[in-house]
Design a protein around this ligand. Structure first.
Ligand code: UD1
Length: 404
């Protein structure tokens, strides 16, 4: 599906960036999983005592009310200073278009650095533009590796890390991965997990499941789910792009819904394939399974916190369930976040029906892995990032390398 805003309609991003403070730090977001990572970083950088001028650029990779606005509003993310309004397209077109639209922003601001988060197309696209213009790249959530190069995100991670000047990690295995790939240890900083800063900061405001189900499903859903339900999310190309693979997973989950009711907020990518392959009927016919539109951050936090288990192929939700102490069943054959397996509540189940059902039934019977919260997942990662950035910018200024 393509929804690329023509450049002529998106206006001239460079002109809009011309009013921004020169040499500011440009923080970049693009897609849904970036929003909960950038929120605490922008808050830390825009705190009155922080000497670093910081601006926010949204590439527009995700643009819907459901996929973007709900997150900006609920998480208190400032309005982007520049919106590149790139929209959806193939990987190559989307990445190329972000690069084309980001370059004039760099030219206009001459930033002291650009800060990118995670592993989406916006991350690598902006990093690549910046590094070729001699602007230092700062990567938050560096060093995670699934060792599966068929994943578009794995390519984005490896390449972004290779061209980054400062690399902030969430777990110690990430440090080892980076060193193995030849990254100078001096550039790596283990700061913890900004996504968990957001989770702890919003835990008390989570919207209860009954309210979400009353709004997006019906009274029967509220009554059936009570305090025992599973949450399902699916959006990885490897799970959803091939209708046969997707149908097998759907059949498995429909089968599981006889054991435990299932709540399924459906990603737009997944909905498009379900629709095209005629699979929506199968899901609607399952009496204990409810499809929801993509829900906001506070709705999803409430759904996860109250669930008996979460079945997902999302990377972020593997971490969030570990922080919440809720069992997670990962519908992939690997994870780039091994700490969620070693210390957290996560179990890898892949896409085989028997394995998924057996792991899920085990969780229902035993309560699943209790897990513990990993080191430095304490709500203060963004502060640590800011502290490193302040020292780094001062060092660059003194050595004459920095623009500040
Ligand atoms: C992207 C990220 C993935 C992340 C996911 C979270 C890459 C390579 N992948 O995948 O790592 O986990 O976001 O959602 O960057 N769409 C809408 N509304 C929107 C955005 C997208 O309807 O606001 C639809 C479009 O039809 C689009 C499809 O979703 O074609 C996929 O969007 P895209 O950004 O290409 O990738 P995701 O699958 O969302």
């Amino acid at each position: 599906m393509s929804r690329l805003t023509p450049l002529s309609l998106s206006g001239d991003a460079g002109q809009r960036a011309a009013g921004l403070p020169r040499n500011a730090l440009l923080c970049v977001v693009g897609a849904r999983p970036n929003f909960m990572k950038i929120a605490p970083i922008m808050a830390a950088l825009r705190a009155p005592d922080c000497p670093i001028p910081a601006c926010l650029v949204h590439t527009g990779q995700h643009y819907d009310e459901d996929m973007k606005d709900a997150f900006f509003n609920q998480l208190g993310i400032p309005e982007p200073d520049v919106d590149l309004e790139v929209g959806s397209a193939s990987h190559a077109v989307q990445t190329a278009e972000i690069m084309r639209r980001f370059e004039p922003v760099i030219d206009a601001v001459d930033p002291s650095g650009i800060l990118v988060v995670g592993d989406v197309n916006s991350t690598i696209a902006c990093a690549l533009v910046a590094v070729k213009k001699g602007v230092p790249v700062i990567h938050v959530e560096a060093g995670l590796r699934s060792f599966d190069r068929a994943m578009p995100e794995e390519i984005n991670r490896i390449l972004t890390d290779q061209i980054s000047e400062l690399l902030f990690t969430t777990e110690r295995t990430a440090h080892a991965n980076l060193v193995r790939e030849g990254i100078d240890e001096q550039r790596i900083h283990f700061v913890g997990n900004v996504m968990i800063d957001t989770l702890f900061g919003h835990r008390a405001k989570a919207i209860p499941t009954a309210k979400t189900l009353a709004r997006y499903a019906d009274a029967k859903a509220v009554a059936t789910c009570g305090d025992s339900y599973a949450v399902l999310t699916l959006h990885r190309p490897s799970n959803v792009d091939d209708p046969f693979v997707l149908e097998r997973l759907i059949d498995t989950v429909v089968c599981l819904s006889h054991d435990v009711p299932v709540v399924f907020p459906v990603h737009p990518r997944t909905r498009a394939v379900l629709q095209k392959a005629g699979l929506l009927k199968k899901l609607s016919a399952a009496p204990r399974l409810w499809m929801l539109p993509p829900v906001g951050y506070l709705e999803m936090l409430g759904l996860m916190a109250g669930a008996q288990m979460v079945l997902t192929d999302s990377g972020g939700m593997q971490e969030e369930t570990t922080a919440l102490g809720v069992p997670c069943i990962t519908l992939r054959s690997n994870t780039e976040r091994p700490i969620t397996i070693d210390q957290g509540t996560n179990t890898i189940a892949g896409s085989d029906a028997d394995t998924i059902l057996s792991v899920a039934r085990d969780v229902l019977a035993s309560g699943g892995k209790a897990g513990r919260i990993p080191e430095k997942w304490d709500g203060r990662a963004a502060e640590r990032i800011r502290d490193v950035l302040v020292v780094w910018q001062e060092d660059r200024r003194q050595s004459g390398a920095g623009r500040v």
